[in-house]
Design a protein around this ligand. Structure first.
Ligand code: AHG
Ligand code: MN
Ligand code: MN
Ligand code: MN
Length: 319
């Protein structure tokens, strides 16, 4: 008998009912976003808008549409008190709810027009009582109670942690989420790296040394050939790493010391997943989940995946 998402959640008797309801609602919302992505060519919803988000990025039509889908209060059934998104300047507060929800509505949005993998990333934290202010949202990633992503690739898949390992679900022909992965783990060693090599000249010496040694292959100091993959979609690259190991890096560099990826919408939820799968997630040297946020849209360097390789990068950066 296949395990459904509903049965999986019911089996976690220690999880608050409100969190289970929120996760089920998130799965339904991702299904809606996934269908919207799937139909975006026929519905003329591809391409960019003539506007930028708070990150200074030109928004794709789908960035805005997926963000609007996530903002529909009725989806969250009174469970979400506040939302913050890569695509919104400020947070949004609702009247009641036990949780704060952070999200990247479309991750990898440059892939939309080329039919590459995109996804939705989410992070759930407990909401405080009373009126919300900005400081309520600036909680470190270790306080997350759930996180995950949906990847809209050849298959749609929802990857989830509630702090007890990492599992994944795929919708069947009737749209019922069926558990398709149990206990996803990242092996501690790897011979595969993911980084945008075109930034090589901007990297700090520790990153250059790490990648140069990988590229040197069998005859280099690592004594092994390494393979490279880069999908321009964090969700896609991280899904590969959760499936077969690897190291993913978007480090801070001399051009952008603070890095590119967003702490609250990308690094924290993915960092939580990677740790729950036995890997490590740092900003290069410091554990991502321990970073104290100072702004909603804060960026951070990201180095995550197989623990031994992430530790090696930290060593090279500290040398
Ligand atoms: P988003 O589409 O949410 O802005 O995120 C894109 C991110 C991430 O998914 C990916 O790893 C990285 O940007 C790709 O950056 P480059 O285009 O610089 O390779
Ligand atoms: Mn973006
Ligand atoms: Mn993203
Ligand atoms: Mn995005």
């Amino acid at each position: 008998m296949p395990v459904t998402l509903t049965a999986f959640l019911e089996g976690h008797s220690d999880l608050p009912q409100s969190l289970k309801t929120l996760i089920a609602a998130m799965a339904e919302t991702c299904a809606v976003i996934g269908r919207t992505v799937n139909l975006s060519a026929v519905n003329d919803l591809q391409g960019a808008l003539e506007q930028e988000n708070v990150q200074g990025e030109v928004q794709k039509q789908l960035d805005v549409i997926a963000n609007d889908i996530m903002l529909e209060e009725a989806r969250w059934k009174g469970m979400v008190r506040g939302l913050a998104s890569e695509e919104m300047d400020d947070y949004v507060a609702f009247d009641k709810g036990d949780y704060l929800l952070f999200f990247d509505p479309i991750d990898g949005s440059s892939n939309v027009d080329v039919n590459g993998v995109v996804g939705t990333i989410f992070s759930v934290l407990p909401a405080p009582q009373g009126d919300l202010s900005l400081s309520d949202f600036l909680r470190p990633g270790r306080e997350q109670v759930a996180a995950g992503y949906a990847a809209y690739g050849p298959q749609t898949i929802l990857v989830l942690t509630v702090g007890k390992g990492v599992v994944a679900f795929t919708p069947d022909a009737d749209g019922v989420w069926i558990q398709t992965k149990t206990a996803m783990t990242v092996p501690s060693t790897t011979r595969e790296f993911a980084i945008n090599m075109s930034n090589h000249r901007h990297w700090f010496p520790g990153i250059q040394r790490y990648i140069d040694e990988c590229v040197a292959g069998k005859d280099g100091p690592r004594g092994a050939d390494f393979n490279m993959r880069w999908l321009a979609s964090m969700v896609g690259d991280v899904h590969r790493i959760l499936t077969r190991g690897g190291i993913f890096m978007y480090p801070g560099d001399t051009k952008r010391a603070e890095g590119k990826l967003r702490l609250m919408y990308e690094a924290n939820p993915i960092g939580f997943l990677i740790e729950q799968a036995g890997g490590k997630a740092t900003n290069g040297t410091t554990r991502i989940l321990d970073l104290q946020p100072t702004g909603l849209h804060q960026r951070t360097g990201v180095v995550l995946g197989s623990a031994e390789e992430v530790a090696r990068v930290a060593e090279y950066l500290s040398a």
